[in-house]
Design a protein around this ligand. Structure first.
Ligand SMILES: Cc1ncc(COP(=O)(O)O)c(C=O)c1O
Length: 403
């Protein structure tokens, strides 16, 4: 019998209505234009929308390693990594190399940082056990908690007293933070939070996506760099930032890797990384550990640009890291600011809800070590000249995400 809910040639009504809601939103809120459509890059543009913080995406050793692997292995085996139990496999060896770098006993490579966070939260959180999470921690961590059916207890961004009060009220659970926050580059007060979690008998999870490769000696990240490896139970990483690889990683205690492979749905029901992904990660790791000069460059230009923008009156804060948020307000105004910057050859990323809360849309500039002194001068001169056109909302120090 024919489905009566179908409109002729179209989708069922419930889906048509959802599509219509989106189209009406684009018309009423965005004036009919999809605001994420921006201009294509042209030669000489300052591309500040990539998270290739050390500027290694075209590194010859990494590209050669991937090409050689493709030639040798083809695309590899199309199967879940659960079926790969060979301890000498290249994937297992890279996992151990990265775990050693973080200072953990074991590690698991995942298909993305998103899969790492969803999979980990699903494997460690459960109904009835509170998960204390910084309100602006990455959306994938929040989604993982929901996926696990656990109770989310939000604490105010970087607010240790709020976290402490909430643990006193609800008891031991899991504490989840980012080391560096992806919307505004703010740095977590990691020592204090880790000590608090440790003293209250909580499990500690740190997402190091924006610090692995860029912070700590040899880019080992902030957990290792601050000597906190013994007190942090799990470190998660998107390798699609400083490592320029399509993958994620979880550094974990001994015995967890096998458990994860049988517990985490993305590990069981989604296919493994391919040999050339793994070869790329191995090569990227060698490049990253040797790039102390690029890390120094990234940190010094971050300080210079943040201080310079603050002195021009941009409400960006001087103590954050390599992600600089120009918080604008409404979606449309943020898109306008993005367009103004693009007209001057500066390409940032537009962030609107659900990546920010309503009315807190922003343009994010991701700084990278490949910027020359001339590039930095050009960026600063342009932003000085545009100071009036680029009106920003008052800096509150926090860009709340909507979850
Ligand atoms: C802090 C953080 N965690 C996780 C992710 C997800 O990483 P991926 O792009 O590898 O899925 C991102 C990327 O946006 C991120 O910024």
């Amino acid at each position: 019998m024919e489905d009566q809910s179908r409109v002729v040639g179209g989708l069922p009504d419930f889906m048509e209505q959802r599509l219509a809601r989106f189209q009406n939103f684009v018309i009423s809120e965005w004036g009919g234009r999809h605001i994420f459509r921006s201009q294509p890059f042209t030669p000489g543009d300052l591309v500040l929308c990539t998270n290739d913080y050390l500027s290694i995406s075209n590194n010859k050793d990494i590209v050669d390693a991937q090409c050689a692997s493709l030639r040798e292995h083809g695309a590899g085996l199309m199967m879940s990594s659960l079926f790969n139990q060979d301890p000498n496999d290249a994937l297992r060896r890279v996992e151990q190399t990265l775990a050693d770098a973080v200072g953990a006993a074991e590690g698991v490579l995942t298909q993305s940082g998103y899969c790492a966070n969803i999979g980990l939260m699903q494997a460690i959180a459960c109904p009835g056990r509170p998960v204390y999470i910084d309100v602006i921690a990455h959306a994938s961590l929040h989604a993982g908690i929901r996926f696990a059916g656990a109770t989310t207890v939000l604490f105010r961004h970087n607010d240790i007293s709020d976290l402490s009060a909430k643990i006193s009220k609800d008891g031991a659970g899991i504490v989840v933070i980012d080391s560096i926050y992806s919307t505004n580059g703010s740095l977590a007060p990691m020592r204090d939070i880790v000590d608090l979690a440790h003293n209250r008998g909580c499990l500690m999870v740190v997402d190091e996506s924006h610090s692995f490769g860029t912070h700590g000696l040899h880019g080992r990240g902030l957990v290792a760099g601050l000597g906190l490896a013994g007190k942090v139970d799990f470190v998660t990483v998107s390798l699609a930032k400083a490592y320029c690889s399509r993958a994620g990683f979880i550094a974990c205690p001994r015995g967890f890797r096998d458990y994860f492979g049988f517990e985490s749905l993305p590990a069981i029901f989604s296919s493994s990384l391919l040999p050339h992904d793994v070869a790329g990660i191995r090569a990227a790791h060698e490049v990253v550990i040797g790039e102390e000069r690029r890390r120094d460059r990234l940190h010094s230009l971050t300080r210079y640009i943040r201080c310079g923008l603050a002195s021009m009156g941009y409400p960006v804060g001087t103590d954050g890291e390599q992600i600089v948020a120009l918080e604008v307000g409404s979606d449309l105004r943020a898109a306008e600011v993005r367009d103004i910057l693009e007209d001057h050859g500066i390409f940032g990323s537009l962030f609107t809800p659900p990546a920010t809360s309503k009315g807190r849309s922003l343009v994010r500039l991701s700084l990278h070590a490949g910027l020359s002194d001339c590039d930095v001068d050009r960026l600063m001169t342009t932003l000085r000249n545009l100071r009036v056109a680029v009106r920003l909302s008052t800096w509150s120090g926090v860009v709340r995400t909507h979850h």
